[in-house]
Design a protein around this ligand. Structure first.
Ligand code: C2O
Length: 557
């Protein structure tokens, strides 16, 4: 195992997209940010220096941070922000995980431009378990571009109480591509050679959109999700939610029928509100001379598009549930699935949108439903971001005035999908957490409370991978649904979409002491309070305790 050092200098840089030039926060002047690479078992040391006129923190999304919670990064959960001019060294190991993860800013909406891949290769000399080594491995970040300042977008949304302005384009590694204004030259091109196999390390870095993904005329083989191997399966359309990662194999045709094919993303949502209903295109480009002589005219730089893949309609929830149901962990001797077979504590979390009274109206109104402000909650509690680090408060056992350990185990009112809106939009506010004893086997049933016309919620758990043991549509029914759980080879992930008008059940063992955020990875829902935290106590043994914070830890005054 090695130690790998990186420097992140957070600076403003001038970037032009869609004919709009603006100054954006970047790491080392690059957009998107640099790729971090490690081998399983390595230690990463990332020295961050903040040279922008805003606070910042970084989160290493999906890294387990076993007993290194001080490096996890969500602002006011594990640390106070790195102030302008300040610095902090994030130090953590990547153990027991391999595949693609990513990093992003975890303060306000700064992750709109501060993000990049974190690739964990197998240890030296260890092969991939179920597929040969690809010819090339290519990170592909599926994102969103806002012409406006994303900070201003969320500030305004919170003030007027309505939904935020939506993004102006989807992007591939920061490039919108030829379906948008002035963007033909800003097109991501994946150059391939006939017959070779490529691994796409897909990451949904979008702020607010679940995405369909496909490559025209090419089948993809999914081999990894959230840095865990899965039993390989073939698919023509993928669904990937914000926060999720997926490694897929693409084999270039031996005799391609064209020189270029479109790689496309489009949103999945059935929200009634407005959303960015555009399709972004990148180009899969065969080496010159590879295509058959009878091939159609390839796309030219003058704007004609290569063959588009057929993506599902924006609200095709069946396509989404079909795809999600196909994930199985490898569950092999070498990569066993250590699913908790019994649980010590069971939680039922109702997850969804709600409303607050209009408090700061603009022109007399708020823009949520019936002149309210939108809010979002778990069990009717909308999370209030504390002013100090919960982890620091926990380490010092100073909870008074910071958090309360009374997060409800059930929603305030039970509800039912009967075809009419459930009356569960009532919202309270608080920084409420669930304390867990070390090594507790936890089951959480996440029930979406929306009716037709809402979206699913990609719930991300910090500090853990969890097993997805069951899912269904409509109401979770403890009596029947528990019997159908998959405890043999459920997929292991750090982010799972709670399906619209459905539920999902997850299990994990609380073996990582610290304070761990669980939240919707649609940033607007996070801003509205769709979040909670687990407070996992130390175990009795020395190697089961959270060590003290590093000396340069950005303390909260
Ligand atoms: Cu990728 Cu708390 O986030």
């Amino acid at each position: 195992a090695r130690t790998r050092r990186y420097s992140f200098n957070v600076t403003m840089a001038t970037v032009t997209r869609l004919c709009v030039t603006k100054s954006i926060p970047t790491v080392n002047g690059r957009f998107p940010g640099p790729k971090l690479v490690a081998r399983e078992g390595d230690t990463l040391v990332v020295r961050v220096t903040n040279n922008i006129n805003n606070n910042v923190t970084f989160h290493w999304h999906g890294v387990r941070q076993l007993r290194s919670g001080w490096a996890d990064g969500p602002a006011f959960i594990t640390q106070c922000p790195i102030r302008p001019g300040g610095s902090y060294v994030y130090r953590f190991a990547v153990a027991g995980q391999r595949g693609t993860l990513w990093w992003h800013a975890h303060f306000s909406w700064l992750r709109a431009t501060l993000y990049g891949p974190l690739v964990i290769l197998p240890p030296r000399g260890v092969a991939y378990p179920s597929f040969p080594r690809p010819h090339r491995e290519v990170p592909l970040m599926l994102g969103e571009w806002f012409n406006a300042d994303p900070e201003a977008v969320i500030r305004q949304a919170l003030q007027i109480g309505g939904g935020p302005n939506v993004s102006d384009a989807y992007t591939f590694n920061g490039l919108p591509g030829p379906t948008y204004n002035c963007s033909s030259n800003d097109t991501f091109r994946l150059r391939v050679r006939p017959g070779k196999t490529y691994m796409l390390r897909l990451i949904n870095v979008a702020l607010n959109d679940e995405l369909f993904f496909g490559v025209a005329n090419h089948t993809l083989t999914v081999v990894q999700a959230d840095a865990s191997y899965v039993k390989p399966f073939a698919a023509t359309t993928l669904v990937i939610s914000p926060g999720q990662t997926m490694d897929v194999l693409l084999t270039a045709a031996a005799n391609p029928s064209s020189q270029t094919f479109a790689i496309a993303v489009a949103p999945y949502t059935n929200t009634v509100g407005t959303f960015d209903n555009t399709t972004a295109v990148a180009v899969l480009e065969y080496a010159a001379g590879a295509s058959a002589p009878q091939a159609p005219t390839p796309a030219s730089a003058t704007g004609s598009l290569p063959f588009l893949p057929a993506l599902p309609l924006y609200n095709d929830t069946n396509a989404v549930s079909d795809f999600s149901s196909r994930f199985r962990s490898l569950a092999s001797a070498r990569y066993p699935a250590r699913v908790p077979r019994t649980v010590d504590r069971h939680f039922f979390f109702a997850v969804g949108l709600g409303a607050d009274p209009c408090q700061s109206p603009v022109n007399g109104t708020c823009q949520g439903p019936n002149n309210t402000r939108f809010a979002a909650s778990i069990n009717n509690v909308s999370f209030v971001m504390p002013k100090t680090s919960l982890l620091q408060a926990h380490y010092q056992r100073r909870y008074n005035g910071v958090l309360t350990a009374n997060f409800p185990a059930a929603p305030r009112t039970p509800f039912n999908y009967t075809g009419t809106p459930p009356n569960n939009t009532f919202v309270t506010h608080g920084t409420r957490v669930v304390p867990l004893e070390f090594n507790t086997a936890v089951e959480v049933v996440l029930q979406d409370t929306s009716i037709q016309g809402a979206e699913s919620h990609p719930l991300h758990l910090h500090g853990y991978d969890f097993f997805v043991v069951g899912t269904g549509s409509g109401n979770y029914d403890a009596g029947n649904d528990t019997a159908k759980y998959n405890l043999v080879d459920p997929v292991q992930r750090n982010t799972i979409s709670v399906p619209t008008a459905g539920w999902v059940a997850i299990r994990f063992v609380a073996d990582n002491p610290g304070v761990w955020l669980m939240h919707c990875h649609l940033d607007v829902h996070l801003s509205w309070g769709l979040s909670m935290a687990w407070l996992v106590n130390d175990g009795p043994l020395p190697n089961q305790k959270l060590p003290p914070p590093p000396s340069d830890f950005p303390r909260c005054s």
